[in-house]
Design a protein around this ligand. Structure first.
Ligand code: MTE
Length: 296
């Protein structure tokens, strides 16, 4: 997609935020406890978006280097045109689709999400994106589909971080199908009303706000629906440190550090980390009856 269509100009952006806030206040009175708009309201009222500069310069994208400033510096390594995405596996209508075709029938939405990294920093990011469910439905998942697996572009000639064996490349992530279909789960194509910068995962990335940041895989080229729990990069790299579920949970420590507090980028004092990153009202039912210490 020529991203211009999807962009919210920055001037309109602040007004839009006001609109979301008002519209959502009315909705909050209705019995829609699990709806995405209510969660937006929560984020709107409590959280100030992190500065654009911070979001786009303090990044994790190992394909573009392993220090926080590397991805912005090396952003030009990633070539995003042309771009296509393979959607295959347990779907009735598999295909390789150009980015324009994948995104075109959908209208990007504004979503302000808290994002919590496993390294204990957090941000509040105004995304533009499309619910992943809307995209997946068009490919018609079969009855056997239970998980969704995602892959980042593999191109060690240009993505020089892939020359180093930090992870097994390409970067891969996965969700259970019900997590993938949840209305909060987004395919992001922009932030702050601008096209997604390369360092933040252009041209399309996953955003799952109740999970640690590593689940939010960047620069996706393949989406495969599967019957079995898929391979995921960090879980494979350190199964005791990075679980498949990776739900934000202040009560389950990383083996090398506590997860009970976080540092919001741009703030001085640490704040308490919230269960499911504060999205529990919308997502806790997905994990009913599960031992979250075991399935961390
Ligand atoms: N996706 C790919 N392909 N490669 C990565 O190294 N890092 C993950 C995730 N997605 C990563 C990735 C991690 S650890 C985090 S915290 C988020 O991206 C960071 O997203 P941001 O840099 O846009 O804040």
């Amino acid at each position: 997609m020529k991203n211009d269509e999807a962009i919210t100009p920055e001037s309109v952006y602040l007004n839009r935020r006001k609109f979301i806030k008002t519209g959502v206040t009315a909705l909050a009175a209705a019995p829609l406890a699990l709806s995405a708009p209510n969660l937006l309201h929560a984020a709107e009222s409590e959280d100030k978006p992190t500065d654009y500069e911070e979001i786009t310069s303090y990044c994790n994208f190992y394909e573009l280097g392993s220090r926080k400033k590397d991805p912005a510096k090396n952003a030009h390594w990633l070539k995003t045109e042309p771009w296509s995405v393979v959607v295959d596996g347990e779907v009735n209508k598999p295909g390789t689709v150009p980015l324009e075709t994948l995104l075109k029938p959908h209208t990007p939405q504004d979503r302000i999400y808290r994002m919590r990294c496993v390294e204990t920093w957090s941000m509040v990011i105004p995304w533009q994106g499309i619910p992943l469910a809307d995209i997946l439905k068009r490919f018609e998942p079969t009855e056997k589909a239970r998980y969704v697996s995602f892959e980042t572009l593999l191109d060690p000639d240009t993505l020089k971080g892939q020359e180093r064996p930090i992870l097994e490349w390409p970067y891969r992530e996965g969700l259970r199908l019900d997590e993938a279909m949840h209305p909060l789960t987004l395919i992001a194509t922009g932030l702050y009303g601008k096209p997604l910068p390369n360092q933040n995962g252009a041209p399309l990335r996953l955003v799952v706000p109740w999970k640690y940041g590593f689940k939010s895989i960047k620069s996706i080229v393949r989406i495969t629906l599967t019957t079995e729990q898929p391979y995921t990069s960090w879980n494979h790299h350190g199964p005791n440190e990075y679980g498949f579920y990776a739900n934000v949970n202040p009560d389950v420590d990383h083996p090398r550090w506590s997860q009970s507090k976080e540092r919001r980028i741009g703030e001085f004092f640490k704040r308490d980390t919230l269960m499911f990153n504060g999205y529990g009202e919308a997502v806790a039912h997905l994990y009913k009856g599960m031992d979250l210490k075991r399935y961390f």
